[in-house]
Design a protein around this ligand. Structure first.
Ligand SMILES: *Cc1c(COP(=O)(O)O)cnc(C)c1O
Length: 386
């Protein structure tokens, strides 16, 4: 099976991890801060907090933004469930804004009208989680200006998007958001096995997230209620979690980060080749914003079903049977049973549903060979014209 995504592990990665294994620290050593500082320098953010997953990063970001009971979090229905679940972890209510039919990201017009309506009804969200789907950045400038007008905090779920650029600058610099979150799951752009990161330019948010990721415990005298009792002393000043990243993971991340630009460039080569091969097929290739540089975590096509005899499911099954590890990103979150039980109805978000009926993620990852890609292209043609 040719997988839709896969990590690239080289000898330098292995050496970096093995070196940590024989060092003094397996956790809470120098590699985590070194990884954090390398990422902040790469993307141009002030602070980075490495954690054990993007899910944890989303959770502590919401908590640091004071999201709690009685509050609301809005996000897009076309995302991984974690972008919405973080609101529920905090006891907040979750709601969705439909996607833009062209970019598949949150629709700015739908957001504007929903915010205006909510402002009148005093039901504005405290936090908006936008997702750079497939690595393509959302229209952050427009989103931030809407959010500011209504006093809404913005989290960028950039799980797909490290290495991508918006307005010529790396995603993660936080120019148009309060917190940005990266994921380092193996299918993502760079990996630490499991792992994630929360980035912010705000000192206060960074301090809060730093406490939240490690039990609410501090060893900083400045953050304590009184002078330390002695050199052993620490204080728990809030309620936190154990969301820490290990040294092994950070060493892997540091090593992978060196190849970030190469990875994204290779993804662009692959996408380019798909685009050219699909020009005459009854499918819609992903639209790319001219001002943006997508990290291209995913390459999603949409089937033009009126011109294809087979159904979406048949094309999908036929690709799988031909050894192509296609996938579907994502099942609209509001249609998941857990969310349906809260009263959401599929047709609340028609653009998301239309997308779900036609979308297929094709294999794209740095080690996909030209030969494998050709196999994917031929298999797709066969599946469509069978
Ligand atoms: C992968 C992913 C997550 C969760 O990442 P983990 O590191 O696995 O917790 C969250 N949001 C989106 C959009 C993702 O793709």
């Amino acid at each position: 099976m040719i997988p839709y995504g896969k990590q690239d592990i080289q000898k330098s990665d292995i050496d970096a991890v093995v070196e940590v294994l024989t060092s003094d620290f397996l956790t809470q050593g120098p590699k985590v801060p070194a990884f954090e500082s390398a990422v902040t320098q790469k993307v141009g953010a002030k602070h980075a907090l490495a954690v054990n997953s993007a899910t944890s990063a989303l959770h502590i970001a919401c908590l640091a933004l004071d999201l709690g009971e009685g509050d609301r979090l809005w996000t897009t229905p076309i995302t991984f469930v974690a972008s919405a679940n973080c609101g529920l972890y905090c006891g907040a209510k979750v709601d969705f804004v439909d996607i833009d039919p062209k970019t598949y990201n949150i629709c700015v017009n739908a957001l504007r009208s929903k915010l205006e309506k909510a402002a009148k009804e005093c039901t504005l969200p405290k936090v908006l989680v936008v997702v750079h789907l497939c690595g393509q950045p959302c229209d952050m400038q427009a989103i931030k200006s809407l959010a500011d007008r209504h006093g809404v905090k913005v989290i960028e779920d950039a799980s797909h998007a490290i290495g991508g650029k918006y307005q010529g600058e790396y995603i993660g610099n936080g120019r148009y958001s309060d917190v940005t979150v990266f994921s380092f799951h193996p299918v993502k752009i760079i990996t630490t096995a499991e792992g994630g990161m929360a980035l912010t330019n705000c000192d206060e948010l960074a301090d809060k997230m730093n406490l939240l990721r490690s039990h609410g415990i501090t060893r900083e005298p400045d953050l304590m209620t009184h002078e330390p009792d002695g050199p052993w002393y620490y204080q728990q000043v809030g309620l936190g979690f154990n969301y820490r990243m290990t040294e092994l993971q950070a060493a892997l991340g540091l090593s992978q980060l060196e190849r970030l630009d190469k990875y994204v460039a290779r993804r662009h080569e692959i996408a380019e080749r798909y685009n050219e091969s699909f020009e005459d097929l009854p499918i819609k290739a992903p639209w790319q914003h001219p001002d943006s540089y997508s990290a291209l975590h995913l390459y999603v096509i949409r089937l033009n079903l009126t011109e294809i005899k087979s159904s979406h499911r048949e094309v999908f099954e036929s690709l799988r049977s031909l050894g192509i590890g296609v996938n579907l990103h994502y099942i609209p979150v509001h249609t998941q049973p857990y969310y349906r039980n809260m009263g959401f109805v599929p047709e609340d978000h028609p653009n998301a549903m239309a997308y779900y009926r036609e979308a297929i993620s094709l294999p794209i990852h740095p080690n996909l060979t030209n030969l494998e890609q050709q196999t994917v292209i031929e298999a797709l043609k066969e599946a469509i014209f069978q």
